[in-house]
Ligand binder design. Structure first.
Ligand code: SAH
Length: 220
């Protein structure tokens, strides 16, 4: 009989070898990554690779981000619990689950209906109450704004103005900014009319498609 993969064991190895060893220090972030079953967020045939050190395909030309990048963004968001967070790019729903488990009230927008549907099902199955909508996330989600935190998990040429406008004073937005293939992970803190900007270095994300992002070059 085929032996079942011990996901808890590989999850722990991922946290040690990919997160802690690269400098993720926030105890709450580490605990959350030890808890969330990433294998539930990847397609059936890729489950055995769920804890690999890289992004994985989730269909429709999209990916679930590398664990380290999700951890880096989560740590940079600096949440204590109770924050209202907007995510642009639900994808698999993994980042939403991480934020919900951190104690945040999560609103997430995905442009591809099939992905939104699957993510919703997985999140509900795990008992997370994440509000998901299908649409162009570059326009934000005005109805529930302003947000304490905004995390954009697809890459665009600049921070979409609508998103910045829906951020609270003192709030943080994090987003990969650059060209279609290479970007810098940028964090901006809104302090009154001032912007405090910080870079976390190079990264590669799938493109943010929409009004405040890139033009659609045809479905994959
Ligand atoms: N946070 C996700 C990563 C998904 S990849 C996870 O944890 O799995 C980025 C996602 O952004 C893709 O699913 C893509 O379809 C979506 N996306 C791209 N442009 C978008 C837009 N304008 N609005 C909402 N979602 C968008």
């Amino acid at each position: 009989m085929e032996e079942k993969l011990d996901f808890a064991r590989v999850r722990k190895l991922m946290v040690e070898n990919q997160l802690i060893s690269r400098g993720i220090r926030n105890k709450k972030v580490i605990d959350v990554f030890l808890k969330i079953p990433r294998e539930k967020f990847v397609p059936e045939h890729l489950k055995e690779y769920a804890y690999e050190d890289g992004p994985l395909s989730i269909g429709k030309g999209q990916t679930i981000s590398q664990p380290y990048i999700v951890a880096l963004m989560t740590e940079a968001l600096d949440v204590k619990g109770g924050e209202k967070v907007l995510e642009v790019g639900t994808g698999s729903g993994y980042q939403s689950a991480i934020l919900a488990e951190m104690g945040c009230e999560v609103y997430s927008i995905e442009r591809i209906p099939e992905l939104a549907r699957t993510a919703k099902k997985v999140l509900e199955g795990l008992g997370y109450n994440v509000k998901i909508k299908v649409g162009d996330g570059t326009l934000g989600w005005d109805e529930f704004s302003p947000y304490d935190r905004i995390v954009v998990t697809a890459a665009g040429p600049e921070i979409p103005p609508s998103l910045y406008n829906q951020l609270k004073d003192g709030g943080i937005i994090i987003m990969p900014v650059g060209d279609r293939y290479f970007q810098d992970l940028i964090l901006v803190k809104k302090i009154g009319t001032r912007m405090e900007r910080r870079s976390f270095g190079g990264c590669q994300f799938v493109p943010l498609i929409g009004t405040g992002g890139w033009k659609d070059e045809g479905e994959m």
